[in-house]
Design a protein around this ligand. Structure first.
Ligand code: LLP
Length: 451
């Protein structure tokens, strides 16, 4: 049982159930919905989300960090569907945005603008203006040049705003993929922690952009609470020095990066991150400091799956290829980061219901397969030598934990339409994004005007 931070709701989250995708008599369900029947109605490929899982992960995080009364800014980049953002905004989440497009989504979702943080190394003047007009809570500033530009625009518009300086605490989690680690010195993000004091002495008195917070984001996913502890200690030390220099620092944004349950039991739970982080930040919070979190993946990843249908079975050398109707165009994580996504047929003999979501399941009658997509690239592969129950043409497969960095990173590569998105709520299903049409893919090209 978990009591929501406002004390009013009691939400039940089973400690070992990280999502609401489960088998009933060999048939995969999302909440109470039979996924084969759903796929018959909406077609494949399709992204399917569980509302209960989505909100359950948000609540779980909120409860774990409740002693810090944090502002939880959902990282829209992880799964930006407006309906999903709206559910979280209604639950009390602020939003973490990185572009004018995400700011627009946050607005469409009805998020409180003063609870929006805006990060990104390359904000354009137009985007900065839109964010100033919207009255967002904080700009997460990543360079001196960006600060000067933001201040100049704010001055020109005659408005005031607040900003956090993003610093690199120079820590890293060895398990985080090279393409998604950001806390080290050699990244394009933020400024080195040693540069922060100079930054504050130069810009700390700006009348239009009030520099009053520190922002961190050390990477994603971070599989251990330890790098957070190190980064937070460095940030608190910096805040102490800045305060010693006479600056007011009222907020600390510790970024996102909490892991998701891609493989059963391989990632810390929200409570385990909180166990290490909360005691470190408690004195800061008790002295009036505002703590901000920017989680995306840990809320959205396990809430979504990608359903894809087997088109053909083919052998090549000693390999068996299972060719499906979705690939790196719809879920690029495996091709880009060598990520693990559990894959299993949606309809299996009861003996083949998976006891856990892992690579090394050892059930009788499994066969090693390469699950590949239709895209004309060798890298278009969801899994190599993965042991699966028998599968045949027409079977439906579920690619798990695809809610975060799935649909948002989908493309039209090979001119294939992007999938629809469906939200399941109990026994009801809602189409929250239509399948793209062939016409929509060429619509913007129906022009050839001189420019
Ligand atoms: N805050 C900042 C400043 C970030 O850059 C990110 C993610 C987040 C928050 C949210 O991180 P999360 O809680 O979702 O881990 N496409 C990659 C992940 C890229 C993450 C980029 N930044 C993937 O599929 O693994």
């Amino acid at each position: 049982m978990i009591v929501a931070p406002d004390g009013s709701q009691v939400i039940f989250v089973e400690s070992d159930a990280m999502d609401d995708f489960h088998y009933v008599d060999g048939q995969l369900h999302c909440e109470q919905v039979n996924l084969d029947e759903l796929a018959q109605r909406v077609g494949t490929p399709a992204y399917v989300y569980s509302k209960r899982t989505l909100l359950g992960h948000y609540d779980r995080l909120a409860a774990a960090f409740a002693p810090l009364d944090p502002l939880i800014c959902y990282s829209i980049k992880s799964c930006g569907n407006v309906h999903i953002c709206r559910l979280l905004a209604e639950r009390g989440a602020g939003m973490d945005v990185v572009s004018g497009g995400e700011l627009y989504r946050a607005r469409q979702a009805g998020a409180g603008m003063n609870h929006v943080v805006y990060a990104g190394v390359g904000k354009t003047d137009e985007e900065v203006r839109a964010a100033l007009e919207a009255g967002i809570g904080w700009f997460n500033i990543e360079s001196e040049a960006e600060f000067e530009n933001t201040a100049a625009i704010a001055r020109g518009m005659g408005v005031k705003t607040a900003a956090a300086l993003r610093v690199n605490p120079d820590v890293a989690d060895p398990r985080t993929h090279a393409k998604t680690t950001t806390g080290k010195k050699e990244t394009k993000f933020g400024v080195d922690i040693e540069r922060a004091r100079r930054f504050f002495s130069k810009y700390g008195a700006d009348p239009h952009v009030r520099l009053n917070a520190i922002h961190l984001h050390i990477g994603s996913p971070i599989y251990s609470p330890q790098p957070y502890a190190e980064a937070i200690e460095r940030a608190l030390d910096l805040i102490k020095r800045l305060r010693g220099d006479g600056f007011e620092v009222t907020a600390l944004d510790i970024g996102g990066g909490f892991a998701a349950d891609y493989e059963t039991g391989q990632s810390p739970l929200a409570e385990q991150y909180a166990e290490q982080i909360v005691p470190l930040l408690r004195p800061f919070h008790e002295a009036g400091g505002r703590v901000i979190l920017e989680p995306g993946r840990t809320i959205a990843a396990n809430a979504g799956v990608l359903l894809t249908r087997v088109q053909y079975i083919k052998s090549g050398g000693s390999r068996k290829f299972v060719i499906v109707d979705s690939g790196m165009n719809h879920l690029i994580r495996v091709a880009m980061y060598d990520s693990f996504h559990f894959i299993w047929p949606t309809n299996v003999a009861p003996a083949h219901e998976p006891p856990a979501r892992r690579d090394d399941l050892d059930l009788v009658g499994l066969e090693a397969c390469d699950v590949v997509g239709p895209i004309c690239e060798t890298g278009d592969c969801f899994a190599k030598q993965r042991k699966l129950p028998p599968v045949a043409r027409g079977d439906l497969l579920c690619v798990y934990s695809a809610g975060a960095y799935g649909m948002v990173m989908a493309s039209n590569y090979n001119a294939m339409p992007r999938p629809p998105e469906v939200m399941v709520d109990g026994d009801r299903t809602y189409l929250i994004r239509q399948r793209e049409t062939l016409e929509q893919m060429v619509e913007a090209e129906r022009t050839c005007e001189p420019v």
